[in-house]
Design a protein around this ligand. Structure first.
Ligand SMILES: [Zn+2]
Length: 112
């Protein structure tokens, strides 16, 4: 995955798929205490994103389902923060522009 490759290139140490953490982050950076969630734009309804366009049929099925996904995301992020983790969301559409992901990752290297 490109996020992994970029993190590696920046010299960030990471671990994959911490299933013991809320939302099962795709990558965690233990030293920065940051959990990365890579979100599909449709499933997680990326606001204002063209990949997140709402379905046109079977709305009675999709709308509650997508709303549940969003609610679950919010809870996972709150739980992570409550455990002292910083949360970084990387959207599927951003993974097509490595510069965006790189600058997000680079921010982790800034002393806070
Ligand atoms: Zn998106």
């Amino acid at each position: 995955m490109m996020v992994r490759r970029l993190a590696h290139g920046l010299g960030l140490r990471f671990r994959l798929h911490r299933r013991d953490l809320p939302g099962t982050p795709d990558i965690v950076f233990p030293r920065q205490r940051t959990a990365v969630l890579v979100h599909g734009c449709f499933w997680h309804q990326h606001e204002g994103c063209r990949l997140a366009r709402q379905p046109k049929s079977r709305l009675d099925y999709w709308l509650p389902k997508l709303a549940r996904n969003k609610a679950r995301d919010r809870i996972a992020q709150e739980d992570l923060q409550a455990l002292g983790w910083q949360v970084l969301v990387i959207w599927e559409c951003e993974t097509k522009t490595p510069e965006i992901v790189r600058s997000k990752l680079e921010e982790l290297l800034q002393p806070s």
